[in-house]
Design a binder for this molecule. Structure first.
Ligand SMILES: CC(C)(COP(=O)(O)OP(=O)(O)OC[C@H]1O[C@@H](n2cnc3c(N)ncnc32)[C@H](O)[C@@H]1OP(=O)(O)O)[C@@H](O)C(=O)NCCC(=O)NCCS
Length: 336
């Protein structure tokens, strides 16, 4: 039976390390405040000449190298990002050009922190139906150019880092459903009633007569706005729901999962989810301390880091869940 296997991953973060203390020059914050509230210790921010597709390209090249496949074997590219190179065309098109694989479909997914799970799910459907055999799925974010790095924006600005993670997903003729490596299932949700709880209001067509509105620009409508407490409260509700949905769909229990790789928005969110299920600490793999929240990139970065840390090995059963702007949320279970 044709199923989807995660062949390999690759990541890239820009070289410029920004520690919590470095942010004190830009806004009234402290290492203590950031660590206590979020667990973040540092993040990487790209330089002015880098774009999201540049980060995606480096991660994609590593994923292809680790998967030991040539780029010419790819049937499709999917890029999840909320920080595109340009409003249109999609960042997947720019990545495709840089990677040098013209002709194959290139699709952008705009589901924010849940973007990678949505993208995995889309790739999984194309592969399971037999339409495509190898799909490059990338989560890439360049937040630092879009953050309000001053007192006004400090609640949001301290949370986000730049980075990209890529995975090569491939068709596999699965013979042993219990032991072979493949994606068991993906589960996707959204509730647009919460769209304005975490969003960038402009530029856009929802702002009156002109897409770009100078006076709103002066008020900072192009910077992210967040109701942090509402996001937090919904995340600790929806992520466990999504984990349970995935477990139930596969007749599994928490104890059956070897490793949990959750979206990295806040260490406290992940600790609360783990506590609800009594998951032992060593079974949860977090990277937020090192990279902050890289939105669509957190899950592939988590996979790749876990592999290199020796925490994720071939044959292990992994559960992932994510929650973010939209609100969107989702989960997946796969055998790596
Ligand atoms: C943002 C978040 C860390 C704030 O934590 P919190 O517990 O709600 O905040 P607290 O109530 O403890 O603190 C708020 C105070 O800190 C201040 N503050 C905000 N940002 C600050 C910063 N970077 N440094 C120092 N102080 C800050 C606020 O002005 C406020 O001050 P006041 O009490 O004098 O009004 C938390 O709400 C959160 O993580 N939410 C989820 C965000 C998220 O996951 N976003 C991504 C979605 S995927």
């Amino acid at each position: 039976m044709i199923r989807t296997e995660i062949l390999a991953t690759g990541i890239y973060v820009p070289p410029n390390l920004v520690k919590n203390d470095d942010l004190k020059e830009m806004m009234d914050t402290s290492d203590e405040w950031i660590r206590q509230r979020t667990g973040i210790e540092q993040r990487y921010w790209a330089d002015e000449n880098t774009s999201t597709s540049d980060l995606a390209l480096e991660a994609a090249k590593k994923a292809l190298e680790n998967a030991k496949i040539d780029k010419s074997e790819l049937d499709m590219i999917i890029v999840a990002t909320l920080s595109p190179d340009h409003e249109f065309p999609g960042t997947a098109c720019f990545l495709q050009k840089k990677l040098g694989v013209p002709g194959i479909p290139a699709l952008d997914v705009r589901q924010q922190c849940t973007g990678f799970i949505y993208s995995m799910s889309i790739a999984d459907q194309f592969i399971k139906t037999g339409m495509y055999k190898k799909i490059l799925v990338v989560g890439a974010e360049l937040h630092s150019k879009g953050l309000e790095k001053n007192q006004n924006g400090r609640e949001v600005a301290v949370l986000f880092g730049d980075g990209a993670g890529a995975a090569v997903l491939a068709a596999k003729d699965v013979k042993d459903l219990k032991n072979d490596s493949y994606i068991y299932s993906t589960h996707l949700h959204a509730d647009g009633n919460f769209a304005e709880e975490l969003w960038v209001p402009g530029p856009g067509t929802g702002n009156g007569p002109q897409r770009v509105n100078d006076s709103k620009m002066n008020e900072g409508y192009h910077f992210p706005k967040m109701n942090g407490k509402t996001v937090f409260m919904n995340a600790v509700k929806r992520m466990p729901e999504a984990v349970m949905e995935a477990l139930n769909a596969n007749g599994l229990k928490i104890e059956d999962i070897d490793l949990f790789i959750f979206h990295q928005a806040n260490l406290r969110i992940n600790d609360m989810v783990a506590k609800q299920f009594n998951i032992p600490e060593e079974k949860v793999f977090n990277t937020i301390q090192k990279f902050a929240n890289t939105t669509a990139a957190t899950l592939p970065i988590g996979m790749d880091e876990a592999v290199r840390a020796g925490k994720l090995k071939k044959g292990m059963l992994v559960a992932s869940a994510a929650f973010g702007s939209g609100f969107t949320w989702g989960s997946t279970i796969y055998r790596y």
